[in-house]
Design a protein around this ligand. Structure first.
Ligand code: GCO
Ligand code: CA
Length: 253
């Protein structure tokens, strides 16, 4: 039996209508899972669902606001009714807001924390209560370089991603005994829509290439092996860890 096989499993990937979330959804579907896509914008999500169906992926879609407690609860109840209660949850949804703290409003601060961190608690709590009843499950939280390291202008994102790392450890503390493996992935500087402005900034681009031991930006598909590993029985004794996929950036000065 291939230890990385996800056949028969259902995965929910939040924020998966584009970017890394879509990359994670493609990886889990390619490994055999049925993947429930999620996004805030129902129209864009439906477009992605159609594209992925055409590409042969086994996916469905659930549009809901991951930062809204009632919406999350209702969404999980709908998934239960559809027989799509997640065995695997990928808490990927997140926004970036680049602005110095002295120019940052409390509302903007809160919006980033709600979308990037509280969402993982709300979805994690609904998923875990069902996983415990089913005998176990997998939770993969998407952190960042910023789970460990700060830089100017991205304080709320950094604080949220630091929280994602500690939420991962809290989930392990409370749920590992129920055979739930909660772990995190910390992507480095990857070539995505979110980082496009940085890729196009010559100074930032050369800084990333110089600061990264691998000397380059990462490709989104370079995250796919890790998400399948953490979603599969290959990681049944891995709990509370964050795996940095960053070309070595967090390992060296
Ligand atoms: C930034 C970037 C980073 C990356 C990623 C790194 O402004 O520095 O947006 O935060 O998006 O999170 O792991
Ligand atoms: Ca399948």
């Amino acid at each position: 039996m291939n230890t990385f096989d996800l056949s028969g499993k259902t995965a929910l990937v939040t924020g998966s209508s584009r970017g890394l979330g879509r990359t994670f959804a493609e990886a889990l579907a390619a490994a055999g899972a049925h993947v429930v896509l999620n996004g805030f914008d129902a129209a864009r999500l439906e477009q992605t669902r159609k594209e992925m169906i055409e590409q042969g992926y086994d996916v469905s879609a659930a549009a809901f606001d991951v930062s809204d407690e009632a919406a999350v609860r209702a969404a999980f109840e709908r998934l239960d009714a559809e027989g799509r209660t997640p065995d695997i949850l990928v808490n990927n949804a997140g926004i970036q807001l680049r602005r110095p703290m002295l120019e940052l409003s409390a509302a903007d601060w809160q919006r980033v924390l709600d979308t990037n961190l509280t969402s993982a608690f709300l979805c994690g709590r609904e998923a875990a209560s069902r996983m415990i009843a089913k005998g176990g499950g997998k939770i993969i939280n998407i952190g960042s370089l910023m789970s460990d390291l700060a830089r100017v202008t991205v304080a709320p994102y950094t604080v949220a991603k630091g929280g994602v790392k500690m939420l991962t450890r809290s989930m392990a503390a409370e749920w590992a005994g129920s055979n739930i493996q909660a772990n995190a992935i910390g992507p480095g500087y990857m070539m995505t829509d979110m980082t496009r402005p940085l890729q196009e900034d010559q100074d930032f681009d050369s800084w990333v290439r110089g600061r990264t031991p691998a000397g380059r930006w990462g490709k989104p598909e370079e995250l796919q092996g890790a998400v399948v590993f953490l979603a599969s029985s290959a990681s049944d004794f891995v709990n509370g860890q964050i795996l940095y996929i960053d070309g070595g950036m967090t390992a060296v000065l």
